[in-house]
Design a protein around this ligand. Structure first.
Ligand code: NCD
Length: 317
C-alpha cells in the first residue's frame, strides 16, 4: 500500500483524493491511540521545523496545530500578525522568505485573503498547510469534521449532512461540502437566502431555507457560526436581527425534540451561544462538538506527518 499523500501541500480539500483522505483518517486513528497514552509524544517529526503563521485571529485552530506539532516532536515557531513586521508594510512573500531563510520545513498559515496559501506555495520552498484563507477554505477543519462523523456513525458514505447558517462567509462550509461529497455523503445547505452563495447548487448539494425540513432529513447537522466580522456594516447587514436569525435558523431544545429522531449535532466553534445553537443543545448528549476539538489534534498530526514524509532531510548548504 502506498503510504504517502498524492499532494505536496494541503491548500484546499481538492488537493486530496478520496484515498488520501482515507489515509489521513487511518493515520489519525493511530495518533488518537497515542494521545490516549500517559506519554502523548512520538518522535515522528524530530528535526522538522514548523512555522505557524497566523495573520487572522484564531484560538482553537492555532492551539490545535501547535499541540499536534509538539506531540510529533517538531520544532515550532509562532508568528502572529499583531507581532510581525507585516504591520510595518512587509509583504507576505518577504515575511515568509525570512522565515524560510531560518530553514523552516513546513508552514501552517491562516490569512484573510482567499488563495493566500496557493500564492505562498508558488513562491517558497516549504510544505504549506492552509489553516483558513478568508472565506475560502479550511481543509483541516473539514477533515476533522468528516473524521468525527465517521467515528460517531461508523461511515461517511450515504450519511445525510445538513450544513446550516452563514454558508456565504464560511470557509468551513466550502471545505466540508467538498470533503463530504468526495467521501460519498449527501449534503443539504440551509440558511437565509442572503447568506447562501449563488454557486451552491453547482457544488452538487441541495439548498433549503426551512430548518425544520433540513433537520428532519439529516443524520448530522453542522451548525455554523454567523461570521459577524465578515458581514460588513454593523455586523448584521445580511439579515434583520440576531433574534430573528435565532428564531428561524437557530437550534434549541424544542426544535431538536420536534425532529422526532436522534441526529448528531456539530459546530466548528467558536459558538455564538443562543444564536445558531443554544447551550442546552451545544452541551447536550447529541452534540459531538468537543469530540471535534479532540479529533482535531489527531487529524492535524496525521496531515503534518504525511506531508512531512516528503520533506528533504539532507543537510542544507
Ligand atoms: C472556524 C474558522 O475559523 O473558520 N473556526 C475554527 O477554525 N475554529 C469557524 C468559525 O470561525 O466560525
Amino acid at each position: 500500500m502506498n503510504e504517502a499523500l498524492s499532494a505536496r501541500h494541503l491548500l484546499g480539500i481538492d488537493d486530496l483524493t478520496a484515498e488520501d483522505v482515507e489515509l489521513v483518517f487511518r493515520t489519525a486513528d493511530g495518533f488518537k491511540e497515542v494521545l490516549a497514552r500517559p506519554i502523548k509524544k512520538v518522535p515522528s517529526l524530530r528535526d522538522i521545523t514548523v512555522a505557524n503563521i497566523f495573520f487572522e485571529n484564531s484560538t482553537r485552530t492555532r492551539i490545535s496545530f501547535e499541540l499536534a506539532e509538539k506531540r510529533l516532536s517538531a520544532d515550532v515557531v509562532n508568528f502572529s500578525s499583531s507581532s510581525s513586521s507585516t504591520k510595518k508594510g512587509e509583504t507576505l512573500v518577504d515575511t515568509v522568505n525570512n522565515i524560510l531563510a531560518m530553514k523552516v520545513d513546513m508552514v501552517v498559515m491562516r490569512h484573510a485573503d482567499p488563495g493566500a496559501g496557493v500564492f505562498l506555495s508558488r513562491h517558497v520552498d516549504a510544505r504549506i498547510v492552509n489553516a483558513g484563507d478568508g472565506t475560502h477554505e479550511h481543509p483541516t477543519q473539514a477533515l476533522l469534521d468528516a473524521y468525527s462523523i465517521r467515528e460517531k456513525l461508523g461511515r461517511i458514505k450515504g450519511v445525510k449532512v445538513a450544513i446550516v447558517g452563514d454558508i456565504l462567509h464560511s470557509r468551513v462550509a466550502l471545505s466540508n461540502i467538498l470533503c463530504l461529497r468526495k467521501l460519498g455523503a449527501e449534503v443539504v445547505l440551509c440558511g437565509p437566502t442572503t447568506l447562501m452563495p449563488r454557486y451552491a447548487k453547482e457544488l452538487g448539494v441541495e439548498v433549503t431555507h426551512d430548518l425544520n425540513e433540513a433537520l428532519r432529513w439529516c443524520d448530522v447537522a453542522n451548525m455554523l457560526r454567523i461570521q459577524l466580522e465578515r458581514q460588513g456594516g454593523d455586523g448584521i447587514a445580511n439579515f434583520p436581527s440576531l433574534r430573528e436569525y435565532a428564531m428561524l435558523f437557530g437550534l434549541d431544545r424544542k426544535r431538536y425534540e420536534a425532529i422526532g429522531k436522534p441526529i448528531v449535532i456539530m459546530h466548528p466553534g467558536p459558538i455564538n451561544r443562543g444564536v445558531e445553537i443554544t447551550s442546552e443543545v451545544a452541551d447536550g448528549t447529541a452534540s459531538i462538538i468537543l469530540d471535534q476539538v479532540q479529533n482535531g489534534v489527531a487529524v492535524r498530526m496525521a496531515v503534518l506527518f504525511l506531508l512531512a514524509g516528503g520533506v528533504d532531510r539532507t543537510p542544507k548548504a
